[in-house]
Write a protein that binds this ligand. Structure first.
Ligand code: IYR
Length: 222
C-alpha cells in the first residue's frame, strides 16, 4: 500500500461573484446549443482535434483515480462498415422483437429505427470502453471501482468538448454491443460503454422538435 503524498492545489482560479455568474451563463448558453444529430455529412474531421477532445475527457474524476476508460477512434471505412452491419443486426432484433411497446412509445418522438447509415457516413466513431479490472503481469486482477460512473463522467466531458470544438455528435448504444471488442480488438477486461458518432451535420440536417426540462423541474432546494 502506498502512502498518500500531497502538493499545494495548483491551478484553482477564483472569480468575483459577477464574473462567476457571467461564466456560468456563458457555459450554459454554450452547452444548451448542443443537439444530438443523426444526419451527418461525410466531411472529414481532424484526428488531432478529436485527440484534444479525448484529452479533455480524460480529465474526468474517477473512482480511486483509476481512470478506467479507453477511447478507440474509428475512421477506417471498412471498420465503420463492420460496426454498422453488426449494430444494425442488433437494432433490427431490438425494434422487431426485444423492445417492449412501452420503450418503442418512449422512442417515438425521436423517429429512430434499425437503420444506422450514420455509422458509415460520419467521419469518426469514438468507441468508449469501460475497464472492469486491470490485469497484473502475474495474472492477478485489480478491481476498478465505480467504473461505469467514471466512464459516464468522462463521456459527458467528451460530448461537451466535441461540441465546444464545433463538431456535432450522437450518443449511440446498440445493445448488446460486445461486437465492438471483436471488431476493434479490445481485451475482455473492457466492456463497451457507448459509441459517440462525431462529425459535421448534413446540409439538410433536421432534429426532433423536443425540448429540455426547465430548471424548476430538475432542481429542488433544501
Ligand atoms: N439503440 C436503439 C434504440 C434507442 C434507445 C434509446 I434509450 C435512445 O435514446 C435512442 C435509441 C437505437 O439506437 O435506435
Amino acid at each position: 500500500m502506498s502512502e498518500p503524498r500531497f502538493i499545494p492545489l495548483p491551478d484553482y482560479r477564483e472569480f468575483p461573484p459577477e464574473e462567476m455568474a457571467e461564466r456560468a451563463d456563458a457555459f450554459y448558453a454554450e452547452v444548451n446549443r448542443r443537439r444530438t444529430i443523426r444526419e451527418f455529412s461525410d466531411q472529414p474531421v481532424d484526428a488531432a482535434l478529436i485527440d484534444r477532445c479525448i484529452a479533455a475527457a480524460g480529465t474526468a474524476p474517477s473512482g480511486a483515480n483509476l481512470q478506467p476508460w479507453h477511447f478507440v477512434v474509428v475512421t477506417d471505412a471498412a471498420a465503420k462498415r463492420r460496426i454498422r452491419v453488426a449494430a444494425e443486426e442488433e437494432e433490427r432484433e431490438f425494434y422487431e422483437n426485444r423492445a417492449p411497446q412501452e420503450w418503442l412509445d418512449a422512442l417515438a418522438p425521436l423517429g429512430t429505427d434499425e437503420h444506422k447509415p450514420f455509422l458509415e457516413t460520419a467521419p469518426a466513431l469514438i468507441a468508449v470502453f469501460a475497464r472492469r479490472w486491470d490485469e497484473l503481469p502475474d495474472g492477478g486482477r485489480v478491481k476498478q471501482y465505480y467504473s461505469t460512473e467514471s466512464v459516464g463522467l468522462a463521456t459527458g466531458l467528451l460530448i461537451a468538448a466535441v461540441h465546444h470544438a464545433g463538431l456535432a455528435s450522437l450518443t449511440h448504444t446498440p445493445s448488446p454491443m460486445g461486437f465492438l471488442n471483436e471488431i476493434l480488438g479490445r481485451p475482455k477486461n473492457e466492456t463497451p460503454f457507448l459509441l459517440l458518432v462525431v462529425g459535421h451535420p448534413a446540409e439538410d440536417c433536421e432534429v426532433p422538435d423536443i425540448s429540455r426540462k426547465p430548471l424548476d423541474e430538475i432542481r429542488t432546494r433544501v
